[in-house]
Design a protein around this ligand. Structure first.
Ligand SMILES: [Zn+2]
Length: 139
């Protein structure tokens, strides 16, 4: 895991960013994480976190893989930005675990506000399924 530009990055993306940048020469290591990715040990986050590269992540997750057959069909019609998420990362704090449980409950509940498009609803359910599987120890 890498820390860079106030975000966390999976190993693949962290390495890719490093190789695209010049090593800062005037100081370090350790380098300022705003300027250069720095390897970090897995921390604990207050919310489920994903690699900062999002849909561009080299270890991205296809949400269609976490959906029902019908849901997967809908998700495959979405923009890459919505279809893929960055690799899930980090353990959760106690607060993060609480947030995870509440979020999953909300993602699976029927929308109270307005009707949600079926593809967006399928995406939410798939994300809830990914989170439930990756952070299963916290449920
Ligand atoms: Zn990544």
């Amino acid at each position: 895991m890498y820390v860079y530009a106030a975000d966390v990055w999976c190993d693949s993306c962290g390495e890719a960013i490093k190789s695209s940048l010049e090593t800062p020469s005037n100081y370090g290591p350790p380098y300022d994480t705003n300027d250069y990715p720095s390897e970090a040990s897995e921390g604990h986050s207050d919310s489920p976190s994903h690699c900062g590269a999002g849909a561009e992540c080299l270890e991205r997750v296809d949400l269609a893989d976490y959906a029902s057959a019908r849901g997967a069909k809908l998700i495959r019609t979405l923009d890459d930005r919505l279809r893929y998420v960055g690799a899930p990362m980090e353990e959760l704090t106690e607060y993060g675990a609480e947030y995870l449980r509440e979020s999953i409950k909300e993602m699976l509940a029927p929308s109270k506000v307005r009707p949600v498009e079926p593809d967006i609803r399928a995406r939410k359910r798939a994300l809830a399924s990914l989170w439930s599987s990756f952070w299963s120890d916290y449920l």
